[in-house]
Design a protein around this ligand. Structure first.
Ligand code: ADP
Length: 320
């Protein structure tokens, strides 16, 4: 039969990456366009692995917005959930690693089109047809996209979708740390799958100890699976009845952008049609090994979207 639909909700934007590293934004001789946005990366990760994927969000009715929608379509992501705003422009980010090692960010978001998605614009039929509804990142920051986010979650949940959340904290975008934490925790107890990085675990718990007690302090009764990704150290998983680690793959990482999104896309694609995996540790470990492989492969190439692997690539990586 047809595979279950995975709907990813949130922002899509273009990162402008300097053609030279180790310089400040003002000194950059030029920029390369790197399309991204965590939920959009997840949508493409799913479809590249052979899954059925749709994206819900808003883009500017401008050159960049149509370029991004085209990238989703070209990658097999259904586009009926995309709205175009005729007033505001597509979100842009300028990100550079300076010579002193600090990251420098500049955003065009005042407001960008993604922030203007309204609840009444949502394609509810599409959202209701989701088997898995994934969300995260920065759409809780401001109205009206915050209300759109909450409504989409509610509609998906009512229609029986499994909710998946990756807070994907980009701290410089939030007015304050406290605000970020408050907003993230305000939807914490809705999701059945949550993935955080070790950095987010520290941020959300306020603890500098990355251990089981710290992770389990984030547990809530609706949760079926809590994942903590540890970069080159692999991941840890927690369910009601078991917990453990899955070892990483050792690769020559050149750019870790998108590794977490690749990991999440791989996980969701493998459980969408058989959620009983979440109750079977041996099968879950296999799924997470595959997800770790996807994350690792993604770090071996520059950029997020160009580095997301196909199913065939992952299989040959795992055999090789
Ligand atoms: P995020 O991008 O959300 O911070 P991580 O960086 O932890 O997430 O990456 C997600 C997953 O990708 C990790 O759990 C791991 O399996 C894999 N991964 C990330 N970085 C590396 C790396 N340098 N080497 C091998 N695997 C990696």
């Amino acid at each position: 039969g047809e595979k279950g639909l995975i709907v990813s909700f949130g922002e899509m934007l273009i990162d402008f990456v300097p053609t030279e590293s180790g310089v400040s934004l003002a000194e950059a001789p030029g920029f390369l366009k790197a399309p991204g946005g965590a939920p959009a990366n997840v949508a493409i990760a799913v479809s590249r692995l052979g899954g059925r994927s749709a994206f819900v969000g808003k883009l500017g009715d401008d050159e960049f917005g149509h370029m991004l929608a085209g990238i989703l379509r070209k990658n097999g992501v259904a586009d009926q959930g995309i709205n175009f705003d005729t007033g505001a422009r597509t979100a842009l980010a300028f990100v550079t690693l300076r010579a002193d090692g600090d990251r420098e960010f500049m955003f065009y978001r005042n407001p960008s089109a993604d922030m203007l998605l309204r609840p009444d614009e949502l394609n509810l039929d599409l959202i209701r047809s989701a088997k898995v509804f994934h969300y995260g990142s920065i759409s809780l920051i401001v109205e009206p996209c915050r209300s759109a986010h909450l409504k989409a979650m509610e509609v998906a949940k009512e229609a029986g979708a499994l909710l998946s959340y990756d807070p994907n904290l980009r701290e410089p975008l939030w007015p304050s740390k406290e605000e970020a934490k408050t907003q993230i925790m305000s939807i914490w107890d809705k999701a059945e799958i949550i993935k955080v990085s070790d950095v987010e675990l520290e941020f959300l718990t306020g603890s500098n100890k990355i251990d089981d007690d710290t992770a389990m302090s984030l547990w809530h009764p609706n949760l079926k699976l809590l994942l903590v990704t540890l970069g080159e150290k692999g991941c840890r998983y927690y369910t009601k009845s078991f917990k453990g680690s899955v070892d990483p793959f050792h690769v020559n990482a050149v750019d870790t952008t998108g590794a977490g999104d690749s990991f999440v896309g791989a996980l969701l694609n493998q459980i969408v049609d058989d959620q009983s995996v979440l109750e079977n540790e041996e099968r879950l470990r296999k799924v997470l090994r595959f997800a770790n492989a996807c994350g690792a492969i993604t770090t071996t190439k520059k950029g997020a979207i160009p580095a997301l692997p196909s199913d065939a690539e992952v299989r040959s990586f795992l055999e090789g």
